[in-house]
Design a protein around this ligand. Structure first.
Ligand SMILES: [Mg+2]
Length: 337
């Protein structure tokens, strides 16, 4: 997520959850339907079965990413929104965080509000389609565009258990609409991010705000296969029924705003990797590593053969081996072999 609006960094993150869902459901991109339009809604019933009777089904691996600072060097609002309304990025985050502190307001709601106050003051009207267009200007770290195919290829080469599926998810405090305009949007099974209502108020009003700790809810949604936001996530679900165990999940983040997510991952047997901008300070990552928040850290270079690629593949190797072991045990338990 972005660190700006949380008072630690200089950016605010983006969000965008059920957007993908709405697309696949054939709805207009800016409709205000309840956000229950998970891209994957069709898969839910099947996945709910977890370890079904006749086939071992826990073969999905989920790679979950923060956006700002993790896949992209800067908070997404800094590429087009702020320049368009003539506002200096550093000054914006400073002002937003100062207001949040003074008012004891949530930093993410504050930034979402201030963004549009600035646009209004500048006489610039930015609607949903403008935000989507801004997404095309968001810069991605080296190799991000090729990463998804490279990982798929690696898993295909290494998976000796048939039917292993790799999924990519995004959980961001930034804006759904901007993420939707990026060239990697289609790579995600689902995108969970903050989002606006555009027609209910004079200024766009936050529809969904994803805070640092709020991100953890979406990790559980992925874990439990409850990606339809209209469904309650708090109902108890025994581990055995959860389609993607935490041990099959890796979370990628870049800083303090990711600590709650990293902690949830690690405490539940999942994995986490921290990234830092290539050529810049890695201190935050070193601190996370020493605090046992992450398995690995690496420069945010997603190209095949990079440290990040290699370390991710190490975790994938372990997950693929675990899946084979579990599948074998599952078969023996049922007397199938
Ligand atoms: Mg971040």
């Amino acid at each position: 997520m972005n660190e700006g609006a949380t008072g630690r960094g200089k950016g605010a993150g983006g969000g965008g959850m059920a957007r993908a869902a709405s697309r696949s459901a054939g709805k207009a991109a800016n409709d205000d339907a309840p956000m229950a339009r998970a891209k994957t809604s069709g898969k839910q019933d099947r996945r709910k079965q977890g370890g079904g009777r006749h086939v071992f089904e826990k073969k999905s691996i989920a790679l979950v990413y923060d956006f700002d600072g993790t896949l992209s060097p800067k908070p997404m609002q800094e590429y087009a929104f702020l320049p368009q309304v003539g506002v200096d990025a550093a000054a914006f985050w400073q002002e937003s965080n100062a207001i949040a502190r003074a008012e004891q307001a949530d930093p993410l709601i504050t930034y979402m509000h201030l963004l549009y106050k600035k646009a209004k003051a500048a006489g610039v009207r930015i609607d949903r389609s403008d935000l989507v267009a801004q997404g095309r200007q968001v810069e991605l770290f080296a190799g991000v565009m090729e990463w998804f195919d490279a990982i798929a290829e690696y898993v295909k080469l290494r998976a000796e258990s048939h039917g292993v599926e790799i999924r990519h998810y995004l959980i961001s405090s930034g804006l759904t609409e901007i993420i939707e305009g990026t060239p990697i949007y289609d790579r995600f099974t689902n995108v969970f991010a903050s989002e606006y209502w555009f027609d209910a108020y004079d200024l766009p009003y936050p529809k969904r705000v994803i805070t640092d700790t709020g991100k953890t809810q979406y990790l559980f949604r992925i874990n439990k296969g409850v990606e339809d936001l209209g469904q309650n996530i708090n109902q108890h679900m025994p581990e055995v029924e959860r389609p993607i165990p935490f041990s099959n999940m890796v979370y990628f983040g870049d800083g303090e705003t990711d600590v709650p997510s990293m902690a949830v991952m690690r405490k539940n047997g999942g994995h986490a990797i921290a990234v830092y901008p290539p050529g810049k300070s890695k201190q935050k990552c070193v601190d996370l590593f020493h605090a046992n928040r992450v398995d690995f850290f690496a420069p945010a270079d997603y190209r095949r053969g990079s440290d990040l690629f290699r370390r991710t593949c190490l975790l994938l190797d372990r997950m693929l081996a675990d899946i084979r072991v579990q599948e074998e045990t599952w078969r023996m338990t049922r007397g199938l072999k």
